[in-house]
Design a protein around this ligand. Structure first.
Ligand SMILES: C[S@@+](CC[C@H](N)C(=O)[O-])C[C@H]1O[C@@H](n2cnc3c(N)ncnc32)[C@H](O)[C@@H]1O
Length: 281
């Protein structure tokens, strides 16, 4: 809605919406439709109020004076990302990793599995991957997980890696020995054990940028999970991302995307036999 209410301009003017929408797209690839203007307005309002402003137009004026790499632009992006995630989300991907991916990958004779979680949000996805690899890889095989996101706020929470015990139901009982339960003052909380946490590197990376992800020792990834982020991109963003992951993976690389997503005819050289599973060979 683009109207004024209560004397304060907390509803968003169309011209301001278009400004925010365009810069968000340029900086992140996130494509916000006009029907989302109320959502945008309510998220940006919080920040404007914090800054003592009386309208979103004032917030726009502030952003217009900020350098491209300023903290305020990062705050703006953090406010407009959607970070919903769960442990063991879309469980058939993890069944596939256990029953097909790992046995096939072991046949390659490698000793280190290198994985990229491309939009890792608050960390549930990379911690789930660590639990699965810890339990299902032979003990002589090592693994590492690069977990990236554009949002610095969720990355900080993911690095901290402390979750409410109300979330324990998301984690199958067979993995409970890999968790550390809080006691005393932190008895409501749990974390994933240190040896798993040490396998994960959390780093900021923008999928919509031209840069490749920060490789460790220039090693490409055997597996990439890019789940539930492509739904926010247009076809240019999807194409860029599919290409970037293709360049960043080994010759036998595998890409998993979310079940409600598709590469929309932008899969390039990726091969696929069923939705959400993509292979290089
Ligand atoms: C809905 S969460 C998905 C989390 C997890 N992959 C899952 O499937 O549960 C989407 C994440 O994508 C991130 N994101 C959005 N645009 C991005 C971009 N251009 N580069 C990297 N991450 C991005 C958001 O910050 C958010 O944390």
């Amino acid at each position: 809605m683009f109207t004024e209410t209560h004397g304060l301009k907390w509803s968003i003017e169309k011209d301001d919406f278009l400004f925010f929408k365009d810069v968000l797209y340029k900086k992140s690839g996130i494509w916000m439709k006009e029907v989302k203007s109320d959502l945008m307005s309510s998220r940006l309002r919080k920040r404007a109020v914090q800054l003592g402003m009386r309208s979103l137009h004032e917030y726009r004026q502030l952003l217009e004076t900020e350098a491209d790499d300023s903290m305020e632009w990062q705050v703006f992006i953090n406010l407009l990302t959607t970070n919903k995630t769960d442990f063991f989300r879309e469980p058939d991907h993890y069944d596939y990793l256990i029953h097909q991916f790992i046995p096939e990958w072991l046949k390659l004779g490698k000793t280190h599995l290198n994985v990229w979680s491309c939009a890792s949000s608050t960390g549930e996805e990379p911690y789930t991957l660590a639990m699965v690899f810890e339990k299902h890889l032979p003990s002589e095989i090592t693994y590492s997980i690069l977990a990236t996101d554009i949002d610095t706020e969720v990355l900080a929470r993911a690095r901290n890696g402390v979750y409410s015990k109300n979330r324990l139901w998301e984690i199958p009982a067979e993995y409970s020995s890999l968790l550390a339960m809080g006691t005393g003052e932190v008895s409501e909380w749990f974390t994933v054990k240190r040896k798993l946490r040490d396998r994960i590197r959390f780093v900021q990376h923008n999928l919509f940028s031209e840069e490749l992800p920060p490789f460790h020792n220039e090693e490409k990834f055997d597996l990439a999970l890019c789940r539930n982020v492509l739904i926010y991109f247009d076809s240019e963003g999807i194409e860029k991302t599919a290409k970037k992951i293709f360049q960043s993976t080994t010759e036998n690389g595998v890409l998993l995307i979310g079940h409600s997503e598709s590469l929309q005819g932008k899969k390039g050289l990726w091969k696929t036999k069923k939705p959400s599973y993509y292979f290089k060979t």
